[in-house]
Design a protein around this ligand. Structure first.
Ligand code: ATP
Length: 260
């Protein structure tokens, strides 16, 4: 009896350590290595490598056309890479079709939001929810409406009639409904008023408490306020990597970025 009570926490830790060793020790949640993606003959990603650990918020920065969206789209299989490695939680996913990658727990909120027209806000959320009873879901619709009061107010409205800010909130909420372990946000502030940008920043900070996030943004200041670490892309290559503070303070960084 004493054996059982005294040895189980240690045994648990040992099992966890053994499992971690099997996965390669400090395996990041997302491991991207030497990714090459083409549009026809145009070589858009030229060897992108990055790591995201569970619990982090990581930003991808770079000028227009640097390859930020292509990187996210390649990770989730919407613009499949021609070569390289994408591992999620230790599993190679690069050759999987996009819907199977999504099922493993990666959710992309695309730049153009892709709200379903003709469906209400609630229906937009329902189509993305797992087919389990609400009480067994991490993000049942009522919890989403608690988190996004702005959406609760317009729950019966056609998604296509929402404002830009409401649509962005709905796009993020819809991604959450699918219970992602990694949330990829492509320029969540694109075209939105400052007051909405502030709300999205607050939301990202709150979601970061439970969800790993990769974020792209044109506003370096916004991205670095909400991310702990960042990568800078230029012409399809990672040219800089560092902590948010380091990126914010390094004068050399500005030459890679359009916005100071
Ligand atoms: P932005 O902030 O403007 O979205 P980005 O950093 O996300 O820029 P990408 O959209 O990934 O950059 O574009 C990377 C390169 O790939 C650019 O040269 C772009 O013109 C090209 N590209 C992107 N999408 C396509 C496409 N569908 N067909 C052909 N080329 C594309």
């Amino acid at each position: 009896m004493t054996d059982a009570t005294t040895s189980s926490p240690g045994a648990g830790r040992e099992r966890a350590a053994a499992a971690a060793a099997t996965r390669g020790g400090d395996e990041p949640l997302l491991f991207v290595e030497d990714l090459h993606t083409y549009y026809g003959e145009s070589h858009a990603l030229q060897g992108v490598s990055l790591r995201v650990h569970a619990g982090e918020v990581v930003c991808l920065l770079g000028r227009n056309g640097a390859g930020k969206s292509t990187t996210l789209n390649s990770i989730v299989g919407l613009t499949p890479a021609r070569s390289g490695t994408v591992r999620f939680d230790g599993e190679e996913i690069r050759r999987l079709p996009a819907h199977r990658i999504a099922r493993r727990g990666l959710a992309l909120v695309p730049e153009d939001r892709r709200i379903f027209a003709g469906l209400s806000v609630t229906e937009n959320l329902e189509v993305a929810s797992p087919a389990r009873p609400a009480r067994e879901r991490r993000w049942p619709i009522e919890r989403i409406f608690d988190e996004f009061p702005m959406l609760a107010e317009v729950r019966e409205q056609d998604g296509a009639t929402l404002s830009g800010g409401q649509q962005q909130m709905l796009a993020i909420a819809r991604a959450l409904a699918g219970e992602p372990r990694l949330l990829l946000l492509d320029e969540p502030n694109e075209g939105l008023a400052p007051v909405i940008v502030q709300q999205i920043g607050t939301l990202i900070d709150r979601l970061a408490e439970t969800t790993t996030i990769v974020l792209t943004d044109q506003s370096v200041r916004f991205a670095l306020r909400h991310a702990q670490r960042g990568y800078i892309l230029q012409k399809g290559r990672i040219v800089y990597e560092g902590g948010a503070q380091q990126i914010a303070q390094d004068p050399d960084v500005q030459r890679y970025l359009a916005v100071a």
